[in-house]
Design a protein around this ligand. Structure first.
Ligand code: 2P0
Length: 352
């Protein structure tokens, strides 16, 4: 093996948006959830993370940069992902560069990782989902890991729960699993990206500020204090998951929209039921809900579903392109863009 070389690999992973939400862990360190969840992965290139991983004998330690700024890799979550991926590394040969890395070499070699999000980080747009999924995927490719996407998803899960769902496109279910060691808590694809491709997802950025309560601490507080969370995890979500799977298989938009909206609202109700209460949505978010609800009720069938994650930004899923263009007209009318904001991020003005 030549002494001075560098091997790099770049991958891109889109974020995913849950339509049946994950909120609450039964095991904090392994990141095991209290209920199954279902998400839709966005098309590549939109809200996504691009990660380049590099390995070289010249590197003296593992290092990582996020959006150009160095961040620490010492946290348990990064360490779990790196450990699990390294343990599965296999021989790699790059004939062009004359590089041969044996399974054993990976234990000694250090990595440099550079990751960019093309959307606001930690603003409730699931940046950790795309980020950790991309990290695990790109390292897996670099190290010639032979596991399938479900197995990789169980590793990404240990970086950030929702990340496990970004290993697949289309509609994805994160099965909570039963095993104490988390081996069966992984993602499976319910339907690929072509299955229901008339849906159009529009993200209305209400605020790109970082959220005050991180998802990790928010869900910990909900598990400790919310009775509604217990009811939701045991009684509500298991039935909803079955109905949502059916709605997706049958491309039944009316059921899909009813379930997604109800689940988003219940997740935010759990946040309110937490002590102290957590407010992720703001007045603009509430006005968007009103606007969509009124519109859906004025039509024969629902046109748009809404769902909100741990932040005020609205994820709106239109049944088809026609509904999407009407939705954009309505949003522009009721929430005119703020001219002072960056053109790249369309921020809804509050015209109340
Ligand atoms: C979801 N969220 O299902 C839910 C809905 C936010 C609201 O998954 O602690 O960043 O890293 O496992 O994955 C956000 O939580 O939390 C999330 P950790 P994560 O998409």
């Amino acid at each position: 093996m030549a002494s001075e070389w560098i091997l790099t690999l770049t991958a891109q992973t889109p974020t995913n948006i849950a339509v049946i939400k994950y909120w609450g862990k039964r095991d904090e360190s392994l990141i095991l959830p209290v209920n199954d969840s279902i998400s839709v992965t966005l098309d590549p290139g939109h809200l996504c993370t691009t990660t380049t991983v590099a390995v070289s004998p010249a590197f003296e330690q593992d290092r990582m940069w996020l959006n150009g700024k160095e961040i620490s890799l010492s946290g348990d979550r990064f360490q779990s992902c790196l450990r699990e991926i390294r343990a599965r590394a296999t021989d790699v040969e790059n004939k062009e560069k004359g590089i041969k890395i044996s399974k054993k070499d990976w234990e000694k070699l250090h990595l440099h990782i550079s990751s960019f999000n093309n959307f606001p980080t930690a603003a409730g747009l699931a940046s950790s989902a795309a980020g950790l999924a991309c990290l695990v995927f790109s390292l897996g490719k670099l190290m010639n890991v032979q596991e399938d996407h479900s197995q990789l998803s169980a590793i990404a899960r240990q970086g950030s729960g929702s990340a496990c769902r970004s290993l697949y496109g289309g509609f994805v279910k994160w099965i909570m699993g039963k095993e104490e060691n988390g081996s069966d808590s992984l993602a499976v694809q319910l339907a690929d990206e072509k299955h229901w491709d008339e849906l159009v997802i529009i993200i209305a950025v209400v605020s790109s500020r970082q959220k005050e309560t991180s998802s990790t601490s928010g869900m910990r507080e909900s598990v400790e204090t919310s009775l509604l969370l217990q009811h939701r995890a045991k009684e509500v979500v298991p039935k909803r998951i079955l109905k949502m799977e059916e709605a997706i298989q049958n491309r039944d938009f009316a059921s899909f929209a009813a379930l997604a909206c109800a689940d988003s609202n219940q997740f935010h109700a759990v946040c309110l039921d937490t002590s102290p209460p957590i407010f992720y949505m703001n007045d603009t978010s509430h006005r968007i809900i009103n606007c969509v609800e009124k519109w859906n009720r004025s039509e024969e069938a629902p046109q748009v579903a809404y769902t909100f994650d741990a932040g005020p930004n609205a994820v709106l899923i239109a049944r088809n392109r026609k509904a999407a263009s009407l939705l954009i007209q309505r949003l522009l009318y009721y929430f005119p863009p703020n001219p002072e904001t960056d053109m790249n991020s369309y921020v809804l003005g509050d015209k109340s």
